[in-house]
Design a protein around this ligand. Structure first.
Ligand code: AMP
Length: 114
């Protein structure tokens, strides 16, 4: 896949408000937050979209979601609730083609989305 702005964040070429990091995952605050808490969890190994994920990525995808839940517990909003979202391609509203999980919290979130 081509490089994206998230690749530049991983390589520390542009700044980001990083809230969590391990060997394979980076999480940072969304620059255009849609809720009081809006954090993006990304794999350091780039996958453009969820469509590019295969069986070998099952563990990574699970660990991305577990990182979201761990962060919610650590920050104290897990019981109140939150939403995780992966947008895929045009109809999903994806704009950055480096797979990412949005973690949204801090206010009631409407459903269904528009
Ligand atoms: P998506 O539309 O699902 O591809 O989400 C991309 C998200 O990346 C949007 O919510 C943007 O606000 C966010 N975003 C774009 N550039 C940056 C950046 N440099 N730092 C943090 N978040 C960003």
């Amino acid at each position: 896949m081509g490089d994206t702005i998230f690749g530049k964040i991983i390589r520390r070429e542009i700044p980001a408000d990083i809230v969590y990091e391990n060997d394979e995952i980076l999480a940072f605050r969304d620059v255009n937050p849609q809720a009081p808490v809006h954090v993006l969890f990304i794999p350091k190994r780039p996958l453009a979209t969820l469509n590019e994920a295969g069986p070998d990525d099952a563990g990574l995808l699970g660990r991305l979601l577990l990182a979201c839940a761990d962060y919610a517990k650590q920050e104290g909003f897990a019981e109140q609730g939150y939403r995780t979202v992966i947008n895929c391609n045009e109809h999903g509203g994806q704009t950055v083609f480096h797979l990412h999980v949005h973690l949204l919290a801090g206010r009631p979130l409407h459903w269904p989305p528009g």
